[in-house]
Design a protein around this ligand. Sequence first.
Ligand code: SAM
Length: 246
Amino acid sequence: MRLDVVTIFPEYLEPLNVSLVGKARARGQLDVRIHHLREWTHDRHHTVDDTPYGGGPGMVMKPDPWGEALDEVIGSGEGEPVIVVPTPSGRPFTQQLAQELSERPWLVFTPARYEGIDRRVIEEYAERHDVREISIGDYVLAGGEAPVLVMVEAVARLLPGVLGNADSHRDDSFASGAMASLLEGPVYTKPPLWRDRGIPEVLLSGHHGRVERWRRDRALERTSAHRPDLIRELGAGTLDRHDRAT
Ligand code: SAM
């Protein structure tokens, strides 16, 4: 998968060199290219922002450097990228959307600063390309670089061969398997006794069916406590008799 990021803070993307994403890059599973937006400016001060039409506080990112940058980045590859525009006014980023993006060969991210990018840029590219305006949550950050790190990590771990164990994300919260739309329950590891706290007996039983049932019950409890909205959205056919008792 190819990932391009156009930003005025290339150094903000340095975490893409470490851990899971860094290893995927080293193995050639991810081709990450970071571009400095100011390279597409032509004035002495490398200006990327200006005052908003209509007045009001803050600055708006100018369309000229973004247009030149996107033309060059998009023109440098073959095929059709998805252009991901991080914005608090976008569609919510979900596990389902991460899955959808992980199935595309090329993503171009446009993290903004200030009050965002001149609207005409989004409209211009949406006429010719697949543009997704995406929010990572109902809060406002100073820039789109942290949302890019969030989205890239969520997408990268879904790529075939990136996680050591391909089953690792099967039962994740929000995954689409048997635990669809449920939050993951508690997890434990050795030692069996820590500060007088043991682990649930059933996990030592070796009884696969009972362990699965226990995991599902804990997932139901946790989802009811933290995200009752997800329980309400579960289809009538998704809860069995045991689920209802939980
Ligand atoms: N005035 C804008 C609004 O209220 O929608 C907020 C602009 S914010 C200060 C600057 C940039 O940070 C945004 O253009 C976007 O790239 C990024 N950003 C901030 N919060 C975000 C979020 N929750 N999800 C995705 N991107 C976000």
